[in-house]
Design a protein around this ligand. Structure first.
Ligand code: PEP
Length: 252
């Protein structure tokens, strides 16, 4: 059985004070839900504060990005070793990083290797653009992203993959549960051929893209979907709590 997981990607939102307020608004309700991993991914500058607030609870923290070197002359970057003191997870290869900051399968691969070497658990994001989707290239793109991202990385059951079709992120146009379920089944098959079937059956694969408390049930009811990476709705305490509650109840 794969343990369900809901991660909130706060993106470039919340000051340190706002992040502290948001986590305090969610913490007791999130802590009360069992049988599910709950991860909050605030901006770098709030990681310390949010980690301090959730300490002693079952809620965990993740970063949204990192560089692939441990230290050195890389002005403005954050290393795996720095994150390791503050959080357990790190989102890597998010489509906004690929789209706006030039990340490629090669750089995402280097980041995945560095995160795993440091003992961080990556949430590895993949997804096709609208253009690629309309051209019928979804499977090719996803297979390329999985194969390229995981190049020379040994099979690892702790990796988390997030399938986030770019056309569904922040647009209010979510995929249907059926579409996402079928695509995630394809990703799991691809993973089985890159690694092996046993590992592929154990890796958690999330859906992401305009998930809300109103549509989460549709995704979570799909057998191959193990949870969600939530952007916009993770900034609203009541919505995020409801997403976590519904997921735990459906996957029970
Ligand atoms: C995301 O940022 O990973 C995301 C899925 O955003 P949203 O839920 O806002 O579409």
């Amino acid at each position: 059985m794969r343990r369900p997981l809901i991660a909130g990607n706060w993106k470039m939102n919340t000051t340190v004070g706002e992040a502290a307020t948001l986590v305090k608004d969610m913490l007791s309700a999130l802590s009360a839900v069992n049988g599910i991993d709950r991860i909050l991914c605030p901006p770098f500058i709030s990681l310390q504060r949010v980690s301090d607030i959730v300490k002693g609870s079952s809620v965990e923290v993740g970063a949204q990005n990192m560089y692939f070197k441990d230290k050195g002359a890389f002005t403005g970057e954050i290393s795996p070793l720095m994150l390791k003191e503050l959080c357990k997870y790190v989102i890597l290869g998010h489509s906004e990083r690929r789209q706006f900051f030039g990340e490629t399968d090669e750089t995402v691969n280097a980041k995945l290797k560095a995160a795993l070497a440091a003992g961080l658990l990556p949430i590895f994001c993949i997804g096709e653009s609208l253009e690629e989707n309309e051209a019928g290239r979804t499977k090719d793109i996803l297979a390329r992203q999985v194969t390229g991202g995981l190049k020379e990385i040994a099979a690892n059951k702790d990796l988390v993959i997030a399938y986030e079709p770019v056309w569904a992120i922040g647009t209010g146009k979510a995929a249907t549960g059926d579409q996402a379920g079928q695509t995630i089944a394809f990703i799991r098959n691809t993973l089985a051929s890159v690694w092996n079937n046993e590992t592929a059956q154990s890796v958690r694969i999330l859906y992401g893209g305009s998930v809300t408390s109103a549509n989460i049930a549709e995704f979570i009811s799909e057998p191959h979907i193990d949870g969600a990476l939530v952007g916009g709705a993770s900034l609203k305490a009541a919505d995020f709590i409801e997403i976590v509650r519904q997921t735990a109840a459906i996957k029970q």
